[in-house]
Design a protein around this ligand. Structure first.
Ligand code: GLY
Length: 341
């Protein structure tokens, strides 16, 4: 699984071959050739298109990347078709919907919440943590108390659909992460127990007209997780990292592996050392897979990164990861990520 670093000409050649091999224009753009104009915003998964549209409203009128990523992340948080983020997220094994989110700007300012219940917009609470407290991460009841003090509305987040899925899962108690579940479950009605057991994440990175970077990450985490389980999304350096001089990265997939590898921090550090976003994401995925452990065939992790120049790259363990890109040229493009297998 080692990944020799190819030079730029080789990479462009590889991308061209992907296009000639039938991958089509989007596949050809999945390589190093994907460079967006400023301002721009990118998000994990197909549902990132709608999130990007909200962020684009901010960016296209000269707004700040930080405002853009907050606005964007709020979209899947209240999308009732989305069972891996926000209000309609699947609960833990005890029936509690617990949300994780983080936000970070080009100055290194950041805020996060983990295990937050009853608040539909964890990303906005994360921003308040960043701006209104001396802390970086609030969890559980403390995060809820802070959110209520800040005026956020307390809500029941377990929707009838999520409750039905949880009840169905309880019949079998089968805990099995499913790769690319965002694609398999988004917008679909619930069905068989245990079949849609996982997760994942909206990770968003924006570069504004002033050249400032920010990122946001929000999720309900793994469906049917143990009560108290926290993934990578609210951990700065794992699910999200921004360095205003270099670039930004975010992740999706099995958060335990991303935490273990400080994944998004690693991607940004590799970009600092001169790797392209795509090369950096590939190396981070490769390192995760070097760990010699038995893995479920459905195991998935994907990274998405952008550098200060607006170059975008992504890489995943296996096929199925996609990301949405948006700039003045095209606001709705979905790009299939490259993967190790
Ligand atoms: N990547 C999201 C999680 O593992 O919770």
């Amino acid at each position: 699984m080692s990944s020799p670093v190819l030079d730029r000409r080789q990479l462009i050649g590889a991308a061209a071959v992907a296009g000639l091999a039938g991958g089509g224009p989007a596949a050809a753009q999945a390589g190093p050739g994907l460079k967006l104009s400023r301002p721009c915003v990118v998000s994990t998964w197909d549902f990132g298109v709608a999130a990007n549209a909200a962020a684009w409203k901010v960016l296209s009128r000269g707004g700040a990347a930080l405002d853009a990523v907050e606005a964007g992340a709020r979209v899947p948080e209240v999308d009732l078709k989305n069972h891996s983020v926000g209000r309609a997220g699947y609960p833990d094994r005890d029936g509690h919907v617990t949300l994780d989110a983080s936000i970070m700007d080009q100055k290194g300012d950041c805020g996060a919440v983990a295990g937050l219940e009853h608040i539909a917009h964890p990303i906005s609470v994360a921003r308040r943590v960043m701006e209104k407290t001396p802390h970086g991460l609030l969890v559980g009841d403390g995060a809820l108390q802070f959110a209520l003090e800040q005026g956020f509305k307390r809500e029941e987040l377990l929707t009838p659909e999520s409750r039905a899925a949880w009840k169905a899962w309880l019949k079998e108690h089968r805990y099995k992460p499913v790769a690319n579940s965002e694609v398999k479950t988004y917008g679909r009605e619930l069905g068989l127990p245990g079949g849609k057991t996982n997760h994942d994440t909206l990770g968003m990175l924006a570069l504004d007209a002033q050249g400032n970077l920010s990122g946001a990450c929000t999720t309900s985490g793994m469906a049917w997780k143990l009560r108290g389980r926290v993934g990578d999304s609210p951990i700065i350096g794992a699910g999200l990292y921004v360095d205003g001089e270099v670039g930004a990265a975010t992740s999706t997939g099995v958060g335990e592996e991303v935490i273990r590898s400080c994944g998004s921090f690693l991607v940004v550090e590799l970009m600092r050392q001169g790797r392209s976003p795509r090369e950096a994401c590939r190396e981070a995925v490769t390192r995760i897979m070097k760990r010699d452990v038995a893995r479920d065939p459905d195991f998935q992790v994907g990274f998405l990164a952008v550098n200060k120049a607006g170059e975008v790259g992504a890489f995943a363990v296996q096929k199925g990861f996609s990301y949405a890109v948006c700039d003045a040229h095209d606001q709705t493009r979905i790009v299939p990520s490259e993967s190790l297998s």
